[in-house]
Design a protein around this ligand. Sequence first.
Ligand code: ADP
Length: 544
Amino acid sequence: MAKAKTENKTEKKTEKKTKTKAAPKTKKPKEPKEVIEAKVTEAETAAVTEEHAVPETVAPQPRRSIAFIGSECYPFVKTGGLGDVMYALPKALAELNCDVKVILPRYHCIPAQYQEKMVYRGSFDMDLCEDGKSFYVGIMEYVWDGVVYDFIDNDEFFTGGNPYTNLVDDIPKYCYFCKAALAALNYMDWIPDVIHCHDWQASLVPVFLRTQFADTAIKDSKTVLTIHNLRFQGVYNIPTIRYWTNLPDYVFNKDVFKTGYEDANMLKAGLTYTDIITTVSNTYADEIETPDYGENLDAHLRYHGGKLRGIVNGIDVVQWDPKADTRLAAPYDITDVLDRKKENKKALQEELGLEVDEGKFVIGLISRLTDQKGLDLVNEILPSLVDGNTQIVVLGTGDIRYEESFRGFESGFKGSVCSCIMYDEGRAHRIYAGADALLVPSLFEPCGLTQLIAMRYGTVPVVRETGGLKDTVEPYNQFTHEGNGFTFDRYEAGLLYDAVNRAKTLYFTDRWHWDEMVQRDMAKDVSWKTSAEQYRALYLELKP
Ligand code: ADP
């Protein structure tokens, strides 16, 4: 971990050194200064690298095979950031000479357009339970963009309209899924160098691998377990998990499964058995070792701290590309963002029934509506934000109390506030493009993708300095005019209010520097490239 942190600091320093000021606003900027300078820097770096090329960089990178195992993946099924990562990271790794197979449940809710293209790859029966009960495992395959997707098919477990229902159903579902994924790899005789598991739903993979699969073909594969959100751990009583896994007694002790007096924690067990633990930002990697953010696993994580790393997420810059985004009224890039954003803003205001006025400061919020996302702070300050010059657009679903409070604000501030209580991918794209700022005031945020997408769309993030938000948004400096957004530290409504007001002040009184920040945000590299390389280096470290 120490090593990972040091590397990151060096990276940050380098990033600072090469950072250049964004181009000042011109009527028709040909190519912003930052882009040109970035190109020059790239060219220089390439020249230097070539000059000092050592044999390893010339030789082709060794190929590695990776099996991704997780519970959701865009565009088949997505409820949050995990779905984005399961789609974008395998794609980025495939471009780095990796063979990637993604193993997912074949939920009934996967749209027909994908179900129809899946090809039957085989099936078998698998023992699962303590009483010897066995279950059907079907494998349906779909190949797309250099990545192979294998869906585990079983009608008893994956029937719901939603991937997650309640723990009573979800615990057996993911016990089955973890074992079936390993059994499917053996069945297909596809033995990966590394098995990369994601969140508690896939966390039993390392446990099964080192116990029931210890004498099978797959036994030499290494494992990585990534924590996308430590809050969700898959905790249930020991007898139930023992029944659904038939794992040996010795793993139900306090170092592996046991938590409290009688519960078993699936994530905890996976963290014990995996070779490497990663989480999705450096700051979150530090935070989760503390009682405040550790969700009762901080001591366990400190104990396993030697194998914990932070690698920040990126976004898929093809999926999120304002220039090629067919969902937008006026697609744009860094050269015409300043004009086109106004058109997108007006189109958004029309679509949502807000007062159509390009002069208004539009604040977006795209989020699961849960406590994690800092919505109690937003509720506290929202009435004070609506001042005749400001509009607020909320897109999200989740806890009833937030859904109701935002609906209430919409009817209380007609024309200035719009609350879209729904999940709508297209509308999310239009808000990213049409809003001036995006709020992400999270209580905790392992990485956060919305601030990255916002920057890619030239929308200035206003974030709390926690987890990945802290690692990806550099606060605006009013003296040097550097930075990517507005930030606040302590979890207090007053500080959020202050951060939004600082953003509004810059927008209304110093548009020149605001526009520079918009362009600087669009020029920032939020792609997967650097992070995918870090994952690849990690796989090579595990399997030299
Ligand atoms: P989390 O995974 O905690 O929900 P992230 O910021 O990592 O949060 O990822 C959220 C992802 O889900 C982003 O791609 C965001 O655009 C998307 N998203 C969240 N809520 C909605 C919604 N209601 N409609 C469409 N997309 C949404």
